[in-house]
Design a protein around this ligand. Structure first.
Ligand SMILES: NC(=O)C1=CN([C@@H]2O[C@H](COP(=O)(O)OP(=O)(O)OC[C@H]3O[C@@H](n4cnc5c(N)ncnc54)[C@H](OP(=O)(O)O)[C@@H]3O)[C@@H](O)[C@H]2O)C=CC1
Ligand SMILES: O=CC(=O)O
Length: 282
């Protein structure tokens, strides 16, 4: 996600400095005009605004607050925009560290996948310093098609987790439908078509259904990240004693899929967990 977002900033004429743990992944961006810094600290020291797109809470904290982390390069007049999908506590922790340096913080997780990132069609779910939100809005408009400002730090993370909790459950349910249709002798491709034309249609079903029927899962949103988001959403629900039995059941399926080595496949590969289950009990 970070690569296509950085690429869109470069294409729009922004002065971009990049860092990634695996440096080779920066090479295409460098060849297109980005500069490279050797640590998150150096990026933050050299930029007015630093965007972070990390895998999970652990990496988001490490890259911001760890040794040679971005926090060390922050100071008054600078801003840190974390677009990773993390939990509320992580976002608040990073905010505190950034604030301690006299800089501004905005959490801005994105809804949308690899293709929307490439096409500059992401949806930003932002919260935190309003002045930083105003400052980076022109950049968010390069990267996305819409942006929401949701108030205090944590609200953006919470909104993103609720959205992805719904998405994970929808995909698990769709998977059950595909397999059930096949088992009762229907053509699952026709099911996908019927769903796409009716009241439960969703771009996600139309996009991923045809390849799921063929047992193909080209990665847009890695399954391990969907499971991470369900796990974090369940923690969020727990924190306010909200019952989420559907999401809890879906989370179990993604865990099974991970145990089958499908972590880096697209999250639609969750269907394989159900197939394996059917075979086990056959
Ligand atoms: N893919 C999607 O469709 C969407 C993803 N998201 C969210 O965006 C974030 C990124 O997703 P995506 O790009 O797909 O994930 P990837 O797994 O492709 O990329 C993860 C990034 O995090 C870095 N990273 C992981 N662990 C560490 C660590 N310990 N220290 C430093 N860097 C680390 C990786 O570096 P390295 O290259 O060295 O491994 C890589 O740059 C996730 O939070 C995800 O939930 C949100 C919306 C859509
Ligand atoms: O977080 C994933 C997405 O597709 O949005």
């Amino acid at each position: 996600m970070g690569s296509p977002m950085a690429l869109n900033l470069i294409k729009a004429g922004c002065d971009v400095i990049v860092w990634n743990r695996t440096k080779s992944k920066c090479d295409p961006l460098i060849s297109l005009g980005a500069k490279y810094s050797s640590s998150p600290e150096e990026v933050a020291a050299n930029c007015d605004v630093t965007f972070a797109m990390l895998a999970d809470p652990e990496s988001a904290i490490d890259v911001a607050c760890g040794k040679n982390g971005a926090v060390s390069g922050m100071g008054p007049g600078k801003g840190y925009v974390d677009v990773s999908t993390v939990d509320v506590a992580t976002s608040k922790l990073i905010n505190e560290h950034i604030k301690a340096r006299g800089a501004l913080f905005l959490e801005a997780p994105v809804s949308g996948s690899k293709k929307p990132a490439e096409d500059g069609q992401l949806i930003f779910l932002t919260a935190g310093d309003r002045s930083l939100y105003e400052l980076v809005s022109p950049l968010l408009d390069i990267l996305g098609k819409s942006r929401f400002y949701l108030g205090k730090v944590g609200n953006g993370a919470a909104m993103k987790l609720v959205v992805n909790m719904i998405m994970g459950s929808m995909m698990a349910s769709f998977s059950e439908g595909i397999l059930l249709s096949k088992k009762v002798g229907l053509d699952p491709s026709v099911l996908v078509e019927v769903v796409s034309q009716g009241p439960i249609s969703a771009p996600m079903y139309s996009l991923k259904g045809p390849s799921m029927v063929k047992s193909q899962y080209p990665t847009a949103f890695p399954l391990k990240h969907q499971q991470k988001d369900l796990r974090l959403a369940l923690g969020l629900a727990e924190s306010v004693s909200q019952s989420t039995p559907i999401a809890a059941a879906a989370n179990e399926l993604y865990k099974v899929a991970k145990s089958y080595g499908l972590s880096d496949e697209d999250f639609s590969a969750v269907i394989e967990a159900l197939k394996a289950k059917s075979q086990d009990t056959a």
